[in-house]
Write a protein that binds this ligand. Structure first.
Ligand code: TRP
Length: 331
């Protein structure tokens, strides 16, 4: 049974998701797909303002799609598709351009951040800013409105964009009468800071990530690289200050977590052993998904089939919404 509400989100294909991405956002999305009618697309058009290499976008698209499928996305309830496969998206974006005030775009955080950076470095304020970046929120509003979405799960950094989609829907409805539902942003529960190898927040920009579905020996190597203090094996250690323990907690159940906590506090366990325990835990949770992932990446035609089926389902809703909009705007 699925709830009536429609959940939608887009994932930009800009890199291979790491453990932080998964626990921070993808996992809850996969959980939602068990319960709701869900639209999830790979936002390849949104990647275009920063990536001008088709092969790279295509590769990352496969990786994200395969990862979501391998981690258990419910494909009965979910249309998983490429944003660029739905022709209606280009059309709705153009239509929405004409009800969106330019000033709204000027207020977008990501654009403003670029302008500030340019100002600080004394170059032209628009240096390095293409129109794809500037109108990014309009494309995103089109994404959200095209599928009658109710709930849009996003990270904190995307909240403003969902609010803009509501604003744009409101401008449209004011002029042309009730047409679009107003979507709600849902900001994922903060599952706490997920530390990376060096103890700082796990982030691609710090180069401290642990990939989610990498080969087993690569996972092991990464985990062995986690930075620790220099306490000797026999000393008692503070679990809450240990990256090893903090990551372990996110994969283990309550009993396992309590047991490892005790071993940290008791002393007698070196960091090397703690790392091995962490590796074995993550490996046992991820070994099956990893096999599914590797199989899919080796047979991209299977991914294409799933993405094409998703696009067909998305297109059914999109074409209805678009024709309503077109009729209202052009008669
Ligand atoms: N902009 C989002 C990001 O960078 C991705 C995205 C594109 C999206 N379209 C969307 C998210 C629509 C939610 C709804 O992560």
């Amino acid at each position: 049974m699925t709830d009536e509400k429609i959940v939608l989100t887009g994932i930009k294909p800009t890199g291979i998701p790491h453990i932080g991405n998964y626990l921070g956002a993808l996992k809850s999305l996969i959980d939602m797909s068990q319960k709701y009618k869900t639209f999830i697309f790979i936002a390849d058009l949104h990647a275009l303002n920063s990536i001008h290499d088709a092969r790279e976008i295509k590769q990352h698209t496969y990786e994200i799609a395969a990862l979501m499928i391998a981690m258990g996305l419910n494909l009965d309830n979910t249309a998983l598709f490429r944003q660029s496969d739905i022709n209606e998206i280009y059309q709705l974006t153009e239509f929405l351009m004409n009800v969106t005030p330019k000033g709204l775009m000027n207020r977008a955080h990501s654009y403003k951040a670029m302008v500030e950076k340019n100002t600080e470095s004394g170059v032209d304020i628009d240096s390095g800013i293409n129109m794809g970046l500037y109108t990014y929120p309009i494309l995103m509003a089109a994404d959200i409105l095209l599928y009658n979405s109710d709930i849009v799960p996003v990270g904190k950094d995307q909240k403003q964009h969902v609010e803009f989609a509501r604003d744009i829907a409101g401008y449209f409805n004011n002029i042309y009468g009730e047409t679009f539902k107003l979507p709600e942003p849902v900001i994922g529960e903060d599952c706490g800071l997920i530390p990376g190898l060096d103890g700082r927040k796990m982030s691609k920009s710090y180069d401290n990530t642990i990939p989610l579905l990498c080969p087993r020996n690569e996972l092991k190597k990464k985990i062995m690289r986690i930075i620790t203090d220099s306490k000797a094996p026999e000393e008692s250690k503070n679990p809450d200050e240990s990256t090893i323990f903090l990551i372990y907690k996110l994969f283990a159940n309550t009993n396992e977590t309590a047991a490892l906590r005790k071993r940290f506090l008791d002393g007698g366990m070196g960091y090397g052993e703690a790392k091995t325990i962490l590796f074995e835990k993550i490996d046992s949770v991820l070994s099956e998904p990893r096999e599914r992932y590797e199989h899919l990446m080796a047979t991209p035609s299977e991914i294409d089939t799933i993405l094409n089926q998703g696009a067909q389902r998305a297109h059914i809703v999109a074409s209805k919404v678009l024709s309503k909009v077109k009729k209202k705007m052009l008669g």
